[in-house]
Design a protein around this ligand. Structure first.
Ligand code: SF4
Length: 345
């Protein structure tokens, strides 16, 4: 990061830095209390800080709301704040902008992408969709705004099974982009779907053999897994669910030991909510920290401070894409409310 003394750079200078770096690379003044300064800026600018469960513990602790994609979408749609600071990845900040287009949406680092979203490029997907003109498109929320704009309804890992199960039985469905979630939804609903071949780089690295060995070592432990994991992991799981569902499961289960097959950031909330439970991170195929999402971890307290102070990098989208992408997201929120998956209002 750059050390810059007062006066603060102009908007044009900040814009140039964001173009070059993807974030504002200015070192906050030495010795400041970043937590206190972030709180002060949030109040001064009427900003809300939304953080995904996969963010670092410090970021989760300072956020106004921590959640998974579904919960964060709902908060983004409802907020009265003037500015949304989205500590997550790019498609999530885009979703916030689509749902609340009059708000300024900033993200700490524009480079925070998503391997799953990137595995579904809009041009290739448009060509695929064109081959099946009688199919409806159900897209996972982990997609770019351009893919959402080509979709009939969006789902998250929290609601994919009930939503697909509730869709008209004569719908022929393309499901994109996560093939593991798609296979899981097919198994749970009995619906046939055409699957796009995308995967998440984090959820596909778990070793089913090492997990089997762990289960022999700890026969009392339950394996809980996110549906983006490979079928070999899901087949041995005692419980499968979204990050929120996994968190609730750990809190409510009478068991005291869990092997957790999802991104490691959720363990912070699990430890806070259920401090007596023992949590074992599911091991990866190779010795690495691959169950930590490198995209999510690009966000830092310094970048959040800068995003608030300089109101950059801002997430912007064309009106046309926002309008087309909003319809399937609102369909999801509406159907989720009807199915009792969201709080009303
Ligand atoms: S954990 Fe996977 S799906 Fe989630 S943001 Fe990271 S790469 Fe994308």
């Amino acid at each position: 990061m750059l050390h810059i003394s007062t006066p603060l750079p102009s908007k044009e200078e900040v814009h140039k830095m964001v173009l070059e770096w993807g974030y504002v690379p200015i070192q906050p003044p030495a010795g400041i209390d970043l937590f206190a300064e972030i709180e002060r800026l949030k109040r001064a600018k009427n900003a809300v800080l939304l953080a995904h469960y996969y963010q670092d513990a410090d970021i989760q602790d300072i956020a106004d709301f921590v959640g998974d994609s579904l919960g964060l979408s709902q908060k983004a749609a409802e907020t009265n704040a003037d500015m949304i600071v989205f500590a997550g990845v790019h498609f999530m900040a885009e979703t916030a902008k689509i749902l609340n287009p009059t708000k300024k949406v900033v993200i700490p680092d524009l480079n925070a992408g998503c391997s799953l979203s990137d595995s579904c490029p809009p041009e290739a997907f448009a060509a695929f969709k064109a081959k099946y003109p009688d199919h409806k498109v159900v897209s996972y929320i982990n997609t770019s705004a351009a893919i959402k704009a080509m979709s009939d309804i969006i789902v998250t890992s929290s609601n994919a099974v009930p939503i697909v199960g509730a869709l008209p039985s004569d719908w022929k469905i393309i499901f994109a982009p996560d093939k593991n979630l798609g296979l899981y939804v097919m198994r749970k609903t009995g619906r046939e779907m055409l699957l796009w071949e995308g995967v998440c780089m984090v959820h596909t690295i778990f070793s089913h053999q090492k997990i089997r060995a762990l289960r022999l070592q700890y026969p009392d432990a339950e394996l809980i897994a996110h549906p983006e994991c490979e079928p070999a992991i899901l087949e041995q799981a005692d419980f499968i669910g979204s990050t929120t569902a996994l968190l609730n499961y750990v809190i409510q289960s009478p068991r005291s030991r869990f092997i957790v097959a999802t991104e490691s950031g959720i363990l912070h909330q699990m430890r806070k909510a259920a401090p007596s439970k023992e949590l074992i991170q599911a091991p990866a195929e190779y010795s690495c920290s691959c169950n930590t999402c490198p995209h999510m971890k690009l966000n830092t307290l310094e970048k959040i401070y800068n995003a608030l102070l300089y109101e950059a990098p801002e997430v912007t989208l064309s009106v046309d894409i926002m309008e087309k992408a909003r319809r399937p997201i609102e369909q999801m929120l509406e159907l989720s409310r009807d199915l009792g998956l969201l709080s009303k209002g």
